[in-house]
Ligand binder design. Structure first.
Ligand code: NAD
Ligand code: TYD
Length: 346
């Protein structure tokens, strides 16, 4: 069968392609990615020359190109990872989030309708549920939790989810949705918390913790996310959303401290900086539905996963150093320059 993986030159999409090539070597995998700042073709270098793999530089909002590719390849399955994904960037410049995350999803689903594609899977996020209070550890996001977003990023993802469900109801498009917690692992772009802290620590640069660092995220190793999507594609019920998370809640500050310990760097590098606007306090997933219906459970313990991830960044320094040396520097200076200029005072 032929599977389209959009956004496959990014963090989770590339890990999904590696996973899929290992688990389903007989399938043809076509990656569509427009190679924004977050997409990196070098990530895919090991699969680029493999038979049964094709990379196409394409924008999912470009209807004509998407149509052509569907016409040529006739995919049976489309998994949509392509998105603008960084909350801080969405606060700076929301518009591209609306284009890619909402319009791009609609274009892909229209193509699926037109060509009779057997499955459209939308990769979504737990951020569509908004946040939970820190003083109610008994509360978790279930699939019934109302959509209640905080950032332009999460709002654009929520819009895409609603659109996908409407395509299921109105047109009978065979849609599934997954809403995952924060991922970590190899090939994550160094603007996100864990790789940013690893890269800064290795350069003995300040570790910019937003606010007090008390915000909680539920961390999942990226391969466990890939396995969950595979199970949903095999046995998930159409028109349904599935939450994915591993009951692994951690405070941001504890993650940064752990990275300091692993890299033998002093905690004095930790610098408290101005908080993110609208900063969500706590994300926590109840994964009972995917566990009970599809038998999914996370397999990688956080202690092992974070250790492997740090090792990966240590042994793949050229991958992220190349990113840090390019355009990213402008973003970093814009985002953190004034936050750090006054010694990181809040
Ligand atoms: P990423 O930013 O690392 O990668 C996104 C990829 O999409 C990049 O390769 C980029 O070039 C590509 N892309 C962006 N706009 C495009 C367009 N218009 N056309 C084609 N390609 C385009 O993101 P990620 O962390 O790998 O996230 C992948 C998906 O998973 C996203 O949909 C995100 O919302 C979702 N998600 C991420 C997390 C997380 O913790 N990273 C958690 C839950 C859900
Ligand atoms: P991030 O990796 O951007 O993921 P998300 O906002 O989608 O959860 O951030 C994870 C948490 O880390 C979030 O609470 C914001 C915080 N954070 C910092 O404290 N400092 C940073 O430099 C970054 C990038 C994030």
């Amino acid at each position: 069968m032929t599977i389209f993986v959009t956004g496959g030159a990014g963090f989770i999409g590339s890990n999904f392609i590696f996973y899929w090539k290992r688990q389903h070597p007989e399938d043809r995998v076509v990656c569509l990615d427009s190679l924004t700042y977050a997409g990196n073709l070098s990530t895919l270098k090991d699969v680029l020359k493999q038979p049964g793999f094709r990379f196409v530089k394409a924008d999912i909002t470009d209807r004509k190109t998407v149509w052509q590719l569907f016409e040529e390849e006739k995919p049976e399955v489309v998994v949509n990872f392509a998105a603008e994904t960084h909350v801080d960037r969405s606060i700076e410049q929301p518009e591209v989030f609306l284009d890619t995350n909402i319009k791009g999803t609609a274009v892909l689903m229209d193509a699926c309708r037109f060509f009779g594609t057997g499955r459209f899977h939308q990769v979504s996020t737990d951020e569509v549920y908004g946040d939970l209070p820190l003083d109610r550890p008994d509360l978790f996001f279930t699939e019934e939790t109302p959509i209640h977003t905080s950032s332009p990023y999460s709002s654009s993802k929520a819009a895409a989810d609603l659109l996908a469900l409407s395509y299921f109801r109105t047109y009978g498009l065979p849609v599934t949705i997954s809403r995952c917690s924060n991922n970590y692992g190899p090939y994550q772009f160094p603007e996100k918390l864990i790789p940013l802290m690893i890269a800064n620590a290795l350069h003995d640069k300040p570790l910019p913790v937003y606010g007090t660092g008390a915000n909680v995220r539920d961390w999942l190793y990226v391969e466990d996310h890939c396995k969950a999507i595979d199970l949903i594609l095999q046995n998930g019920r159409l028109g349904e959303a599935y939450n994915i998370g591993g009951h692994n809640e951690m405070k941001n500050l504890d993650i940064v401290r752990l990275i300091c310990r692993e890299l033998k760097k002093p905690e004095s590098l930790i610098t408290y900086v101005a908080d993110r606007k609208g900063h969500d306090m706590r994300y926590a997933i109840d994964p009972a539905k995917i566990h009970q219906e599809l038998g999914w459970l996370p397999e990688t313990k956080f202690a092992d996963g974070i250790h492997q991830t740090i090792e990966w960044y240590l042994t793949h320094q050229e991958w992220w150093e190349e990113i840090l040396s390019g355009d990213y520097q402008n973003y970093y200076n814009r985002m953190y320059g004034s936050r750090l200029a006054n010694g990181g005072q809040l």
